[in-house]
Design a protein. Structure first.
Length: 115
C-alpha cells in the first residue's frame, strides 16, 4: 500500500487514528470493554490490519490496483465505528480470539501480507 501517490496522506490518517484511540482512552480499560493494556494494544493491531484489508477490498471492488486515500478513510471509519461499542466483542470468546491473534504469529504474517 505504501507505493501509491496517496502514501503520505494514508500514513497520516493511520497515525492520527491510532494516536486518537490511545490518547482518547479508547485503546484499553473502560474505553475498550475493560481489556488490559496488552490485549487492548493487540486489538489496536487487529483493527489496523482489518482497516488495511478493507481498504484493499474496496479498491478491488472498484477495479483499482492500489487502495486510495478514500478507500482507507472508508475502511477506518467502518472499523472505528464499532470499536468500543460492539458489546459482543466483550465476550470471553472474542477476548480469547484477540489474545490468540496478538500472541500468535498470525498478526505478523497478516501484516507482512498487507503492507
Amino acid at each position: 500500500m505504501l507505493q501509491q501517490p496517496d502514501a503520505a496522506a494514508m500514513d497520516d490518517v493511520l497515525q492520527r487514528w491510532i494516536r486518537a484511540s490511545i490518547l482518547g482512552g479508547r485503546a484499553w480499560g473502560s474505553g475498550l470493554y475493560g481489556l488490559p493494556i496488552d490485549q487492548g494494544l493487540g486489538l489496536i493491531l487487529v483493527n489496523l490490519l482489518t482497516a488495511l484489508w478493507l481498504a484493499r477490498f474496496h479498491a478491488a471492488g472498484r477495479g483499482a490496483q492500489w487502495a486510495s486515500l478514500v478507500d482507507l478513510q472508508v475502511a477506518v471509519g467502518r472499523v472505528d465505528r464499532t470499536s468500543g461499542r460492539a458489546v459482543w466483542l466483550a465476550t470471553a470468546g472474542e477476548r480469547l480470539r484477540v489474545k490468540w491473534l496478538s500472541h500468535s504469529d498470525s498478526l505478523r504474517l497478516l501484516a507482512r501480507a498487507l503492507v
